[in-house]
Ligand binder design. Sequence first.
Ligand code: ZN
Length: 312
Amino acid sequence: MMRWMMERMAASDGIDVPIYLGSGHDQDPQDPGEDMAEDLCNNAIEGLKQLLSERSDLGAVAAVKIKQLTADLEAATSVERIKTGFTHFKTEKYEKNPSLFEDLAKEQHPKVISSISICKISILSSLLKSWIKFYMQFMVFACSDSRVCPSHILDFQPGEAFVVRNIANMVPSYDKMRYSGVGAAIEYAVLHLKVDTILVMGHSCCGGIKALMSIPADGTTSSDFIEDWVKICSTAKSKVKEEFKDLDPTDQCTKCEMEAVNVSLGNILTYPFVKAAVMNRTLSLKGGYYNFVKATFDIWCLDHGVSPSVVV
Ligand SMILES: [Zn+2]
């Protein structure tokens, strides 16, 4: 018997969105109720579609109703996924790290404590016993691609990384008239959070880089935003087309995924406060490349050039 009930949640725009709720917060994740509810709704919609196809006289009114039902089901599914995700976070992280979240509730400037093996820091070995704790904080540029969430890939905990995600993890050069959202994030991270590392993280099979590489030589575009955005790294594309002209398009994209990271690292240096922090050695810039096909992560530094990468 289905013990789930349908409840309506008023959305901010005044439209009722139906969501499925269990009998309480003690939901059994193994309980098939959620799937059953979804199956029943799907079956109902399929039945209505069938009826509509057989009874053309029901006309447009029924079609609209079916469309509404389908949209309601999709909304219910996405709300349920958000609830499930947050419940997991709350029970597995929030409630298991009360002191961390108590600190984070006071300010975002977290300075998360991390630990590294002292054997890697020989100069401090006489001063410290077995472990050293130090503070670090990252700003991370990552692609919006759902497969490359930096908190998952690099296991960042709440408070550890200030993240900007966009198409193809690009950083435009300093320009107060354009891309002010990116500029504001960098300014806040560097001047207020005082992050010590900015990591630009590229990844394999990046659709944004593919879009960049596919822009015709004459520069014409067919999208409202995407191509204009990815042109931020046009110099990476030019370099790859020049230096790797013999590679097939897929391999050229891979080269460009990495080279675009270098272009972004160079662009970050055009922000005066970034340049000053790098010169003062309070900030370092790092490039990263996550290959989710091979499960590898390359890391390299931008010093006065690009240093050799370390592959994890
Ligand atoms: Zn991407």
